[in-house]
Design a protein around this ligand. Structure first.
Ligand code: GLU
Length: 552
């Protein structure tokens, strides 16, 4: 990199030569959580599609084959880098609360918050889905193929059928076995045979309803938000238990937001991600910023000191996240203050010690309802997109052959703090619940693309993504090795580490005063594409899921 910086500074003309070269077709790549979805993306790229076209094909396929995690009934954040203009844009397709939503949304008649499991499959959990409006906007700005062409792969697969994967099978079982929650009729009709048994892995599942919905949306994206499909969504939300009050007007009024990414420099790189209502961009950049004064390269993944710093930076950043971040349209989120150099330096100084610090607030449970994918097209445009239905199979309610999200459970259930002041992330009409989704694109000092990554994992997303950035940027790991580093989630007073975390380092951290919980299995789904200086792309796919890397 140093050589390139020098050549650009010393020989201004090199810039022009360099960008002219970048318009030549180059290598392209897809990394996503399911082989069918990767195929869908590659087919789009081979057919002259852009990274955005590939993203539409990937998302509509994931909605079918990985419905536990993401889909067109959910929401997403996408970071997009356009090589021709050098601009990076965030497309925000986060769900919005229906107009009937009040701060008491999650309180029962006695003013007590509903238990999460009751809320999970309720109609009240469903937010107005944002994925299709977001993809339509991105396609209008940066699509190459016709909108409709991007739907044919998923439509054919829904008609012809796909084999239920081992992971999908195990998660249908898990959703059906969660205590106190009755399996919804939609889940039973779709995933169970007449005897009430879950269809096995390998069973070929067709979904003609979904194929029909895709045909409607391919014709005109507005057909998701108006007409018979919108009516189906409203009807699915309106049935008990705990019905919701989404209206046709809520759907018709949905618009995706387009805005600048949240970027911060880290050792000469520029790390760009999603701004609020996601907490991802702020919190990942806080963690990295707190680590910057330390020589992380000298304390690698085989040292307790390297992990200690990572753990403390995570705990400090998560504490801020929990307190300050919500939908900025509803309350002031102090993004600049949280990322100010002086403030980060003060927080970072707290890490300069050799024993565990601080009592920080406790965390929330981890959840498996999200997917992340990355695409680089032949022109060099990049998509980094995290997409979610929130918990397992969203609300477990279906309309038009796809699952509806339960994203409104990402609001804080109790609208008041202990001292009676309002909670920033309380429910409200039209509001977007706080997210942790952290789709990231990293650039070098020349503004050239270096890597794209992201992960599912609820609030742990931030820890998984930060671990991967430290692994690649500081510890020099390849995408695959960085993904395979043990996950370490330090939020509140307990540090959750994956089984593969080295016992000697765990022992050393315990001796410093940390409480480690090694029994919690973590479930990230990190996907990465890295661009080397010679233009070669290398990818990585998380073995904790069923994904892969593919090239056209
Ligand atoms: N609903 C979560 C969020 O938007 C993501 C859930 C998950 O990753 O499973 O932050």
């Amino acid at each position: 990199m140093l050589i390139r910086i020098l050549s650009l500074t010393l020989f201004g003309l090199a810039t022009a030569a360099c960008s002219a070269q970048e318009t030549e077709p180059g290598p392209s790549m897809v990394a996503a959580a399911n082989p069918h979805a990767v195929q869908a993306g590659l087919e789009a790229l081979r057919d002259g599609g852009s990274a955005i076209d590939a993203a539409i094909a990937i998302q509509t396929t994931l909605s079918l084959v990985e419905p536990q995690s993401s889909g067109i009934g959910g929401g997403a954040f996408m970071v997009y880098y356009d090589v021709a203009t050098g601009e990076t844009t965030v497309y925000d397709g986060r769900e919005r609360a229906p107009a009937a939503t009040t701060p008491q949304h999650w309180l029962d008649e006695n003013g007590e918050p509903l238990p999460f499991l009751t809320a999970w499959t309720s109609g009240r959990a469903v937010g107005v889905p944002g994925v299709i409006a977001m993809l339509a906007q991105a396609h209008e700005d940066h699509g190459n193929r016709d909108w409709a062409e991007n739907f044919s792969f998923a439509e054919n697969l829904a008609e012809d059928g796909f084999e239920i994967s081992p992971r999908l099978y195990s998660l249908i079982l898990r959703a059906a076995q969660i205590r106190d929650v009755e399996t919804t009729p939609a889940m039973r009709n779709y995933f169970f045979d007449e005897t009430g048994t879950v269809l096995p892995a390998g069973h070929v599942l067709t979904n003609p309803d979904y194929a029909g919905s895709l045909r409607l949306i391919a014709d005109d994206w507005r057909n998701f938000y108006e007409g018979p499909l919108a009516q189906d969504i409203v009807d699915a939300v309106a049935v008990g238990p705990v019905p919701g009050e989404m209206t046709l007007e809520d759907l018709a009024g949905y618009r995706a937001s387009v805005r600048a990414p949240l970027c911060r420099e880290y050792r000469g790189w520029n790390i760009c991600s999603a701004p609020p209502p996601s907490s991802g961009g702020v919190t990942v950049n806080q963690i990295m910023g707190m680590l910057e004064p330390f020589d992380m390269a000298a304390t690698g993944p085989d040292t307790a000191e390297g992990w200690r710093r990572f753990i403390e930076a995570s705990r400090l950043a998560y504490a801020d996240r929990d307190r300050f971040i919500a939908d900025p349209e509803y309350s002031a989120v102090p993004v600049e203050a949280l990322l100010a150099n002086d403030y980060i330096a003060t927080r970072s100084a707290l890490i300069e010690r050799d024993t565990a610090i601080l009592n920080v607030p406790a965390g929330e449970p981890d959840v498996p309802g999200t997917s992340h994918f990355v695409v680089v097209d032949a022109e060099g445009n990049v998509v980094s997109m995290t997409s979610s239905v929130e918990f397992l199979f969203g609300s477990n309610r279906m309309a038009g052959g796809f699952f509806l999200n339960n994203q409104l459970t990402d609001f804080t259930f109790n609208p008041l703090n202990a001292d009676g002041s309002p909670v920033a992330n309380a429910p409200a009409a039209g509001k977007r619940p706080r997210s942790s989704m952290s789709p990231v694109i990293v650039f070098d000092t020349d503004g050239d693309f270096v890597l794209a990554t992201g992960s599912p994992g609820g609030t742990s997303i931030i820890a998984y993504v930060s671990k991967t950035l430290v692994g690649m940027l500081d510890w020099g790991l390849t995408p695959q090795t960085a993904i395979e580093l043990p996950n370490v989630v330090a939020r509140g007073n307990v540090v959750r580490v994956e089984d593969s975390f080295p016992a000697d380092i765990a022992g050393a951290l315990r001796a410093m005063g940390f409480t480690l919980d090694a029994n919690r299995t973590e479930n990230s789904g990190l996907h990465i594409i890295q661009r080397l200086e010679d233009g070669t792309l290398i990818g990585g796919a998380d073995p904790r899921r069923e994904g892969m890397v593919g090239e056209p």
